[in-house]
Ligand binder design. Structure first.
Ligand SMILES: Nc1ncnc2c1ncn2[C@@H]1O[C@H](COP(=O)(O)OP(=O)(O)OP(=O)(O)O)[C@@H](O)[C@H]1O
Ligand SMILES: [Mg+2]
Length: 380
């Protein structure tokens, strides 16, 4: 008998899996302005799903609709099989941690965390046990008696997280949860979030405008632009196979070359980029007409840079190094082509350079090249 594939880490591929959160044809208008524009989304139990997009694209609005603080103009939402349309926020199996995490300033850390449980009329001893548990999980036990103004931004953020988690919601909505943290604490808290999520099995929907954060945290990412989803996929899919120039540009940096399809085989395409006097060969087929205008996108880390010419072939450009940046673990180069366009190249530093030595340096004439599998062809 054929073995069933294991979908436990990627339930969205399982044809038999039921989505935990179903967003169907949601539109939200504020007067004439459309903040969320006909969005469909399925999120599965235990996912850490990120909504990623620039400021004002509708991330918070969509999260507030999930929480029930905002009523959609059109569309439906169901969670765990139940229609949420007419269910008020406090009766949804959902908790939300707000962009400004709104702690009660006059209450201690432990009272802030206990508040939701007290309102539910849970016995005092039980509340104390759960609050202790939660404070130790976010490493705030020594701060239990402090008030919010006596904490750092990162500690306050962890109080807000503990407060949101203590009621063990089925779904936790987090709006820019790490926004106030410095880089180091941010990275540490990212891993804590992933750990907590793993341990409690809660489904997380996280809003962020930080693409690195989304890449680190998520099972899947929805990239948003002006109220719409432009692509939904795993971090790898979004990074390696962006579907549009917007996504390629928004996630990481990329070099984009405009050209036209000259050959369209079953397992490859060729692109002529007249402006660069270059031919590109990409080793995957696509259903596309010859002559179609496309963009070939190549990530800076996939571009080889060398002072010696590679063997004759496609996917090659020549230029002059205009800028070298040494960033410790890697170096960046900005290479100017004869048509004045700049190509960005990053190169890992595996061995320590001798003082003042760079293999490739300012004003060097260099050859750029990449493998046939390294570029993607975008049609829009
Ligand atoms: N109550 C409201 N009335 C009118 N317009 C609103 C309202 N709430 C949000 N908007 C508008 O809807 C759009 C989306 O807002 P939203 O808060 O969802 O953005 P966001 O993606 O969370 O942005 P940011 O990253 O800056 O937090 C914005 O243009 C905003 O001005
Ligand atoms: Mg927002």
């Amino acid at each position: 008998m054929a073995q069933q594939p294991d979908y436990s880490d990627r339930p969205w591929l399982d044809p038999n899996a039921t989505p935990f959160i179903r967003v169907q044809a949601i539109t939200k208008k504020f007067g004439p302005f459309t903040a969320v524009d006909n969005v469909d989304l399925d999120i599965y139990r235990g996912e850490l799903f990120c909504l990623l997009g620039g400021s004002g694209c509708g991330k918070t609005t969509l999260l507030r609709i999930l929480a029930g603080f905002e009523t959609p103009t059109i569309g439906t939402i169901s969670i765990d099989g139940a229609d949420m349309t007419s269910v008020p926020p406090y009766e949804r199996p959902v908790n939300m941690m707000f962009q400004s995490y709104a702690l009660f300033p006059h209450m201690t850390v432990e009272r802030n965390v206990a508040y939701g449980l007290e309102r539910d009329g849970i016995a005092k001893a039980e509340i104390a046990a759960q609050v202790n548990d939660m404070l130790s999980m976010v490493e705030l036990t020594p701060f239990a008696k402090r008030k919010p103004h006596q904490l750092s931004g990162g500690q306050r953020q962890r109080v807000a997280l503990a407060r949101a988690l203590v009621k063990r919601p089925k779904v936790l909505l987090l709006d820019e949860p790490l926004g106030a943290l410095d880089k180091r604490l941010r990275e540490q808290t990212q891993y804590e979030l992933m750990n907590i999520q793993d341990r409690l099995g809660i489904t997380f929907v996280v809003v962020t405008h930080d693409q690195e954060e989304a890449m680190t945290l998520s099972t899947r990412i929805a990239v948003m632009d002006v109220g719409r989803f432009v692509q939904i996929g795993t971090p790898t899919e979004i990074y390696e196979f962006p579907e549009t120039r917007f996504v390629a540009d928004f996630i990481g940096s990329t070099n984009m070359f405009e050209g036209r399809i000259t050959e369209n085989g079953a397992d490859h395409v060729r692109v002529r980029a007249e402006e660069y006097e270059a031919d590109f060969y990409i080793d995957h087929g696509m259903s596309i007409k010859e002559g179609t205008k496309v963009w070939v996108a190549v990530r800076p880390e996939k571009v080889e840079i060398s002072k010696t010419a590679p063997p004759f072939g496609p996917n090659q450009l020549k230029g002059v190094v205009r800028d070298v940046g040494y960033l410790g673990n890697f170096s960046t180069y900005r290479v100017q082509l004869s048509n004045t366009r700049i190509v960005a190249v990053t190169h890992p530093n595996q061995r320590r350079p001798a003082r003042g030595e760079h293999e490739v340096d300012w004003d060097d004439e260099v050859h750029l090249s990449w493998a046939a599998s390294s570029a993607v062809v975008l049609t829009k």
